[in-house]
Design a protein around this ligand. Structure first.
Ligand code: SAM
Length: 248
């Protein structure tokens, strides 16, 4: 069934407008009586029926509320250093498909692209749009929020990521030679896992020391140096696999 994320609260009747209405009416070509799964801003899910298609709006009537299920038993969050060109778009889209609960774009010393505040805000908005589209496409029950671009130094002080209860931070570090990611994941009992992946140029020694001092555990993804976008996808996939989130 088609899935729609609705920014308001579910009710007996809701009206969809803007880009979503256009998509429903002109791309999906919904007809009166068609059913759609709607997820609201609070994560409530309902089966709804198209009751009217009028210019610039689609009206939906409640058929039934559906039981909410968590997408995954664990929460996996990706902190990704900025990447060149369209690679960041790619990682955002794939992070959604691989079940990341949230995405934090981060500036590090060796990041090649530099954005002023205006460009950084525009980029974050673009990535949120890509994430929302990907969530609709893959049938996720929740959207993946994309945070504002932040420097690594301020992220290390973000109490929701570092030092948060029931949270482990796993640092994918190309300089780590001892601990494979699998060992860290198998020893991990936290419900939330934050993964950190660097830019094309990797992390400086100072950054690596600061990330570890903030409580992250450095891990290796193997003997080979992966491209940053490959590393992000591998880290997410391996983590979800080890957590049992690919069970069907
Ligand atoms: N320029 C760096 C170098 O030559 O050592 C490589 C950086 S790599 C292209 C980009 C990011 O992917 C790294 O900062 C790290 O987060 C992750 N990464 C790539 N290969 C990895 C590996 N074998 N183990 C852990 N992390 C890896």
């Amino acid at each position: 069934m088609r899935r729609l994320f609705y920014a308001g609260a579910l009710a007996e009747e809701i009206t969809i407008t803007g880009g979503d209405a256009h998509h429903l009416a002109h791309v999906m070509r919904v007809q009166i009586g068609d059913e759609i799964t709607v997820v609201d801003a609070a994560g409530r899910v309902a089966r709804m029926t198209v009751s009217a298609v009028v210019p610039d709006a689609v009206r939906l009537s409640l058929a039934e509320y559906l039981e909410q299920e968590e997408d995954n038993s664990h929460e996996v969050i990706l902190v990704q250093a900025l990447l060149k060109g369209e690679k960041m778009d790619f990682v955002v889209q794939k992070a959604v498909e691989l079940g990341a609960a949230a995405f934090y774009p981060v500036m590090t010393e060796h990041v090649v692209v530099r954005y002023d505040a205006k460009k950084a805000a525009a980029k974050a908005a673009r990535w949120q749009k890509i994430a929302d589209e990907a969530a609709k496409q893959c049938g996720r029950r929740a959207l993946m929020p994309v945070a504002e671009v932040a420097p690594l130094s301020s992220l290390l002080q973000n109490g929701e990521l570092f030092g948060a209860p029931d949270t482990a931070v796993i640092f994918c570090y190309e300089g780590e030679e001892e601990q494979p990611m699998r060992t860290a994941l198998r020893a991990c009992t936290a419900r939330r896992i934050v993964l950190i992946v660097g830019p094309e140029g990797g992390f400086s020694l100072g950054e690596a020391a600061a990330v570890c001092a903030a409580g992250a555990e450095p891990v290796s993804l193997g003997r080979l140096i992966l491209r940053a976008e490959t590393a992000a996808l591998v880290a997410l996939a391996v983590t979800q696999y080890e957590l049992g989130n690919f069970d069907i």
